[in-house]
Design a protein around this ligand. Structure first.
Ligand SMILES: [Zn+2]
Length: 564
């Protein structure tokens, strides 16, 4: 079997607060499932991510809290890094954009693009807060909406009527920093003329064609991703400023650019590259293999609010720089809502990952399972605590856990944990083994198509198959009358259990690990699944609990917590 090289990225979380389940469902869990599967198939994968530690929101937060920006990002980098690790998101590296290596990498990118005349430099008048000595980002200017006259409309959008706005259109603009009326002040910035790249972006995003050749199969891209690119490109791309007036970030590495930093477009995505560099240096690898080799597949996992960023702006930057590969897929998810309402950090309407991990210790996989089963792959979906409880109790405990428990308990009860022999197979046994054989490929194919819900559904179907086989054959009744037949049935059940241990790994790594220890199988990987994995007379361990039932009181506690 041939192996390939992959670079897989998850959107860099902003180090301005903790990550919540919406982030997890959008960019981290699906990427982790994909990567664990690829690693199980022995592919070479760099799975890179890190904290996005720059931007105006962080400096404003620091000002408000009376601390330095570095203190803010140190705090959340630590919290989020730990939460990802504890949740089993198995990054090759979780880096950070305040690191020196990142600053050097981003500066090199800017300089190369500047030398190639990719940018245009322009001077314009922008809103400025005199009290804070700061130019104002669109979000920091509010005023009356010119369309619906609602107050409190932002410089980029009115949340009341949904109109896209520019700060100049607002009636009575005020600075959210000081509450004063901002003045207009002249400033110069570097702009990326995106319209110049429209010609190649259209065939690339719509048909997977680059430089007149096939680059990727557009059928593997989600329709909403292609649709959003199409509407941006057909609407006409415009130039965008790639720099900002701010004192926190990557300094613009040219003369006469004091007080200017690279804007997020030219900072955060470069973080994928600097992360890879750091990881490669620490692991005796060549980072260029992962970013410059045409045989490498680059796959980005993001939420839908990041599509234009990863499908248009970052590819323009990579291609204009030259020497870099472009993504073969950008896997964007829609949004996950919570109890019927939009997740919101500012309104504290969220389930924070680090808090879940404290409240449900040892139940990481219950959340991984519920989030994957309701993943917003093609439309927005809703997470409810009641659904979470039902999925844990009625699916993980009652189907998956129950099958394995019965098999392990019976094997220990009848044969002291020694796996019985597989004797003569009857037609029904053969049918079951035939079906078992098909599962690794079925689940793998769905994962390769980025259909993680479908893949998880197939995994559960394998547990259902096991339960049905047990219910149909009733080995506990046969034990007295037909020992040989009982042995065969239980041997087959053990093989199904072993396949579940392997195939559950991408979705539920903690459970997979427990199962492998229970069955005493360690050197197994994806390609072993579906066949005869465990030999006769192999010793397994006594049964342990894989999943705990979640009680009503636990759910009520969580619902109360949301209302606070
Ligand atoms: Zn409005």
């Amino acid at each position: 079997m041939s192996t390939k090289r992959y670079t897989v990225t998850s959107a860099l979380p902003y180090a301005n607060g903790p990550v919540h389940i919406g982030h997890i469902a959008g960019a981290y869990l699906p990427a982790d499932i994909y990567v664990r599967y690829l690693r199980g198939k022995k592919h070479d994968v760099a799975f890179v991510c890190g904290s996005d530690e720059h931007g105006a929101a962080i400096t404003l937060r620091a000002k408000k809290d009376g601390v330095s920006p570095q203190e803010i990002v140190d705090k959340y980098h630590k919290i989020n890094k730990k939460a990802f690790t504890d949740f089993g998101i198995d990054f090759s590296i979780y880096h950070r954009t305040s690191d020196k290596l990142h600053h050097e990498t981003a500066k090199e990118f800017f300089k190369t693009l500047e030398d190639k005349n990719v940018f245009t430099k322009k001077t314009s008048k922008q809103f400025y807060d005199e009290e804070n000595n700061q130019f104002l980002a669109d979000r920091y200017i509010i005023g009356e909406c010119p369309k619906c006259n609602a107050t409190g409309a932002y410089g980029d959008q009115c949340e009341k009527c949904g109109s896209a706005l520019s700060p100049e259109e607002l009636i009575n603009p005020t600075s959210t920093l000081s509450g004063n009326k901002p003045i207009k002040k002249e400033t110069s910035h570097w702009y990326l003329p995106m319209q110049d790249h429209q010609k190649w972006l259209k065939p690339w995003t719509e048909d997977g064609i680059l430089n007149d050749g096939n680059h990727h199969n557009p059928k593997n891209w989600r329709s909403q991703v292609i649709g959003q690119c199409k509407s941006w490109i057909d609407g006409g791309l415009q130039e965008r400023a790639m720099t900002r007036d701010l004192d926190w970030g990557v300094k613009v590495p040219v003369k006469d650019a004091d007080g200017k930093v690279l804007y997020v477009w030219l900072d955060a995505p470069i973080g994928y590259i600097s992360s890879t560099k750091k990881w490669a240096a620490e692991n005796n690898k060549n980072w260029e293999d992962y970013w410059k080799n045409e045989d490498t597949e680059l796959v980005h996992f993001i939420g839908k609010d990041n599509i234009v960023f990863h499908c248009i702006i970052f590819p323009i930057i990579l291609k204009a720089h030259e020497g870099y590969i472009l993504p073969t897929n950008v896997v964007a998810n829609e949004f996950l809502n919570l109890e019927g309402k939009k997740l919101s950090t500012s309104r504290n309407w969220a389930i924070w990952l680090h808090e879940y991990l404290e409240d449900f210790e040892g139940q990481e996989d219950a959340l991984r399972y519920a989030l994957c089963a309701t993943a917003p792959e093609s439309k927005d979906t809703d997470f409810t605590w009641a659904d979470f409880q039902a999925r844990n109790n009625n699916e993980l405990v009652a189907i998956f856990g129950n099958f394995i428990n019965r098999v392990v308990v019976l094997t220990n009860k009848y044969w002291d944990g020694l796996v019985p022999a597989c004797n003569t197979l009857d037609p029904y046994d053969k049918e079951i083994l035939e079906k078992l054989k098909a599962f690794p490929n079925k689940i793998g194919t769905s994962i390769e198509k980025y259909r993680f819900r479908e893949a998880l559904g197939e995994l559960m179907n394998l547990a259902r198959l096991g339960n049905k086989y047990l219910a149909d054959t009733e080995p506990w009744k046969l034990k007295k009358s037909d020992e040989k037949r009982t042995e065969t049935i239980m041997n087959i059940c053990i093989q199904i259990t072993a396949s579940l241990a392997i195939l559950s790994e991408p979705f539920m790594p903690f459970t997979s690990d427990k199962l492998k220890k229970l069955l005493v199988i360690n050197k197994v990987n994806w390609n072993d699944a579906g066949g005869i994995i465990i030999n006769d007379n192999h010793q397994i361990n006594p049964a342990t609990h894989l999943f705990n039932k979640i009680e009503d009181e636990q759910i009520e506690t969580q619902l109360d917590k949301l209302k606070q």
